[in-house]
Design a protein around this ligand. Structure first.
Ligand SMILES: Nc1ncnc2c1ncn2[C@@H]1O[C@H](COP(=O)(O)OP(=O)(O)OP(=O)(O)O)[C@@H](O)[C@H]1O
Length: 361
């Protein structure tokens, strides 16, 4: 193989051609290229990419590979993301924890959580879903994974081995209680149940753990934020003002725990009549989008009110795995969530590592 450059430093320099459009600079200046080593025909590049199977990160990796190949080397890429501080000690085998929240009940939080989880698994990621919604633990049913977890003894300790479906490992507070038990727990009880349950689960190694939070900003929700190293939260709202007002409150709660909000999803926006094909904004339109605008948060998209979404949830096969426009919208949503995790970490990397830009003379 003939090489157009000789040293790792030169190759690093040529990687400046790869632009991270979100960060507005190239991958070397932003600190995303951690290490470059050459060995024979192989160039090893360690990148501070943010999230596994995120479309933007995949694109950046492929651009880097191309530059390496053009220089005459076989690329071997590794990714070492800049993780949430504290994540290593609490959940060493989980790469990113994505909480799905809503200020108000019934807006489709579990629907979004289960579709995002199945959508990420469909992109090739290893995914877990933890249903922390003590008041309405229904995400496992939506994923068709509501079997009772097996119990396994490892080193004398009992571990719960949760069921898996559609590539998602699912554990729930629902598996602590019977299907018909009313789950009306007070704060401290919910807290200890959550912590115990979480620690007893044999999650294995996960790229993403999606956590379906209880609605609102109560004790149970805050317990999760105190217990888990949440990478970021996705906030679900319907378009009407009562929902967006509650959502604003729940965002403030995240702020208090320094939990970054990855973005806002507007659910149940448009209903397309299956008979006549006309579109109706049942709950109004644009509330989620203007909330995102007003708070400066990313708008992750809107989901239509679509009987396929409800049916997918009821049947345990999330609509994201189906065909058609709504399924495509849900797949895009899962990709955007991953992209936001990636961006958050690339941004953190840039802040931590990249030298300040030289000011013009
Ligand atoms: N976009 C949609 N189109 C059609 N049905 C939907 C949509 N989003 C949610 N639903 C349905 O609305 C109901 C409530 O949704 P879901 O359980 O996801 O809400 P939630 O916010 O998690 O509720 P809770 O407050 O009980 O946790 C479910 O039956 C679900 O299938």
């Amino acid at each position: 193989m003939t090489h157009s450059i000789d040293t790792a430093a030169d190759l690093r320099d040529s990687l400046r051609r790869v632009e991270d459009a979100d960060l507005g600079d190239d991958v070397v200046s932003t600190g995303l290229v951690r290490e470059v080593t050459l060995e024979g025909d192989t160039a090893r590049v360690d990148l501070a990419l943010g999230a596994v199977h995120a479309p933007t990160d995949e694109r950046l990796a492929s651009d880097v590979r191309e530059v390496v190949r053009e220089a005459g080397f076989d690329p071997e890429l590794t990714a070492t993301p800049e993780r949430t501080p504290g994540a290593e000690s609490v959940l060493p085998n989980v790469d990113a924890v994505v909480a799905v929240a809503s200020g108000k009940g019934g807006v489709g939080k579990s629907t979004v959580a289960s579709n995002v989880a199945a959508g990420l698994a469909d992109r090739g990621a290893s995914v877990g879903l933890f249903d922390a919604d003590v008041y309405g633990p229904n995400a496992p049913r939506m994923l068709g994974a509501n079997a009772t977890p097996d119990v396994e003894t490892v080193d004398g300790e009992k571990r719960l081995v949760p069921p898996e479906n559609h590539g998602v490992t699912v554990a729930s507070v629902g598996s602590l209680v019977g299907d018909d038990d009313p789950v009306v727990w007070r704060g401290p009880m919910a807290h200890s149940a959550l912590t115990d349950l979480f620690e007893d689960v044999a999650w294995g190694s996960l790229d993403y753990l999606v956590v379906d939070l209880p609605p609102g900003t109560g004790d149970a929700q805050l317990s999760v934020l105190q217990t888990l190293p949440v990478t970021g939260a996705v906030v679900v709202t319907t378009p009407q003002a009562v929902a967006t007002d509650d959502t604003r409150r729940s965002m403030r709660a995240f702020g208090e725990f320094d939990t970054p909000v990855l973005g806002v999803v507007e659910n149940m926006r448009t209903f397309v009549c299956p008979d006549c094909g006309s579109a109706h904004d049942v709950f109004g339109a644009g509330g989620g989008e203007s909330l995102a605008e007003e708070t400066g948060l990313p708008y992750l998209g809107s989901l239509p009110l679509d009987p396929q979404v409800r049916a997918g949830g009821d049947e345990g096969r999330p609509a994201v795995l189906g065909d058609g426009e709504t399924a495509e919208t849900l797949r895009t949503l899962a990709g955007r969530v991953a992209d936001q995790v990636g961006l958050l970490r690339r941004h953190r990397r840039m802040k931590n590592v990249a030298p300040p830009t030289e000011s013009a003379p």
